[in-house]
Ligand binder design. Structure first.
Ligand SMILES: Cc1cc2nc3c(=O)[nH]c(=O)nc-3n(C[C@H](O)[C@H](O)[C@H](O)COP(=O)(O)O)c2cc1C
Length: 173
């Protein structure tokens, strides 16, 4: 048991970038906080992201294939923007009463954004964005690994990108 805690402690010390993944289902766009995001190949340029099996974002990506990754700034503004994406699209995902279970949160409604060439959300407050096209879906325990090709990217402003060590928010263990 002690060992289990040690494993969790060490896992929580791993550091990640903190991103907002943008996806869409028709005209309905969604944004999701994610830190299990990394480049995995130079040529072709591939990235891999791990999604909870029941994330709305994963559902959107399975259908549309295209999605965006927003890089936020490592400061109070970047952290405040990230915090707006902490809740899931489906209330049912966080449990609770049946009446609430049907509710959904359009997290992007109040957040100024445009769309990438492929139609995925690019936050006005972001530092930069990457547009990707999903190529493989790999089952990985309680997550699904999406391996995707980088199709396009854009820089909105200079700045240091947000990381989990700056926010202190943990998604590991
Ligand atoms: C700091 C932090 C990092 C997160 N990283 C991930 C991640 O890498 N993959 C994931 O599936 N969920 C991650 N989550 C949880 C999702 O943001 C959360 O499940 C989200 O509500 C799913 O949204 P959706 O259902 O609208 O797609 C993270 C949450 C936090 C607070």
């Amino acid at each position: 048991m002690a060992r289990h805690h040690e494993v969790q402690d060490v896992m929580e010390q791993m550091s990640y970038g903190l991103y907002i993944v943008g996806s869409r289902s028709g005209d309905d766009a969604d944004g999701m906080m994610a830190d299990w995001v990394t480049q995995v190949s130079f040529e072709p340029r591939l990235v891999a992201l791990a999604f909870e099996n029941d994330a709305r974002t994963l559902e959107n990506i399975r259908a549309a294939r295209v999605f965006s990754i927003n890089l936020l700034s490592q400061d109070e503004a970047g952290m405040a923007l990230a915090a707006k994406f902490a809740q899931p699209y489906y209330d049912a995902k966080i449990g609770g009463r049946t009446a609430l279970a049907a509710r959904v949160h359009n997290k992007l409604d109040q957040i100024p954004h445009t769309l990438s060439p492929g139609g995925c959300p690019v936050l006005d407050g972001a530092l930069a964005w990457i547009e990707c096209e999903a190529e493989q879906f790999v089952a990985a325990g309680d997550h699904t690994l999406v391996i995707a090709r980088v199709r396009d990217a854009g820089k909105l402003r200079e700045g240091e990108p947000l990381t989990s060590s700056y926010t202190g928010w943990s998604y590991s263990g």
